[in-house]
Design a protein. Sequence first.
Lengths: 228, 228
Amino acid sequence: MRLSSASFIPQTQEGEKRVLNSELWHACAGPLVSLPAVGSRVVYFPQGHSEQVAASTNKEVDARIPNYPSLPPQLVCQLHNVTMHADVETDEVYAQLTLQPLSPQEQKDAYLPADLGTPSKQPTIYFCKTLTASDTSTHGGFSVPRRAAEKVFPPLDFSQQPPVQELIARDLHDNEWKFRHIFRGQPKRHLLTTGWSVFVSAKRLVAGDSVLFIWYAVGCSTLFIPVV
Amino acid sequence: MRLSSASFIPQTQEGEKRVLNSELWHACAGPLVSLPAVGSRVVYFPQGHSEQVAASTNKEVDARIPNYPSLPPQLVCQLHNVTMHADVETDEVYAQLTLQPLSPQEQKDAYLPADLGTPSKQPTIYFCKTLTASDTSTHGGFSVPRRAAEKVFPPLDFSQQPPVQELIARDLHDNEWKFRHIFRGQPKRHLLTTGWSVFVSAKRLVAGDSVLFIWYAVGCSTLFIPVV
DNA sequence: TTGTCGGCCGATCGCCGACAA
DNA sequence: TTGTCGGCGATCGGCCGACAA
């Protein structure tokens, strides 16, 4: 079971992009995941790390994390850098932390309480849906929950019949995805049609997987190209 | 550019299968590749190995081959085991050698001239073709060079009109592939049709890639099921 | 001898509202 | 409100010989 995500993010500046992707990263990671602040002190458990990597990759871990017999079970470290990543194949999010072990003297020299990390902020304008069999079949498109569409997608032009627009979104890897968003049927409902199946097959989504959309209202108008 | 291969190998016994896959492995590796015999002495160059791995994977090699500053530039080793492998994704062949470094004393104790390796024997009954645009397009099948088909494929029943049969082959991973082999057209030519496109997409073959067929005449008749 | 193409037909894709849960 | 389905048109896959390199 996997989670795919897309955000409607304008590519205005590098700085802004990084901030927005950080928000998408946290939205995918969930509210329980928090990252410690750069400069704070963290305790690193080599053995636990080895076991977790071995469990998640089902591979021998020796080649990646050499077994140093002299390594202590836990190390007090200073956090130098934090970068957010997403697996190229699965979109699974993970973070890379650069740690520097502190000598016993350094630990005494300037003791500071450990940073517990800033709690992850969930974006308010987003929705997450578990995909149904119909959503992932080749027979049709993606049925968008009504309140989700009204909250997250830019408003449709209801003077058109039927109301329809093109959505352009970007995923964690900054890939661009285009979706045809239409409001049709009896009773009326929001659907993503053209472009949806490409996304499903590219992300290898199956029923039971989840998809997450977030939206930034600011400066996005140019990205949503209304279809005449 | 990649090489895909398939052999028409009966799955009679484990032992025979191993021998046959060894032949397919050597056919893919090419005549210049030879493997030293188990028990012989080989010289291992850690630095050269690191550089080669780094070049072929385009990745940092530090994580896989730790840099031991005290490691000598070359090590005389005894070869304990040789296993042939093929990459699951690309079918690229490679071998895994288990080496044990010999102490200076051991090297002196029983000096034997280094084994230069048994030269790789190319199977006589095989053919290799570089795929054309037509071979890999979705429009049609695979055009088999006439002499290659007559040499490697089992003979067709020309009393049928057109002559046609089903070929069952196995690749290096022991996966089974079925191809419809037909002799038709004006002028007449050998073609692989049904089943070919599945192979192309599964192996992700493109024009310029090569495909290699080998055939063992002994005991293969049951594997070639004539289509009525 | 064989690489590419037009023709053709069947399978699949994917958009539509109907309908019911 | 929304998951699934039948209907259907459009597209694509893939088998055929024609033809020429």
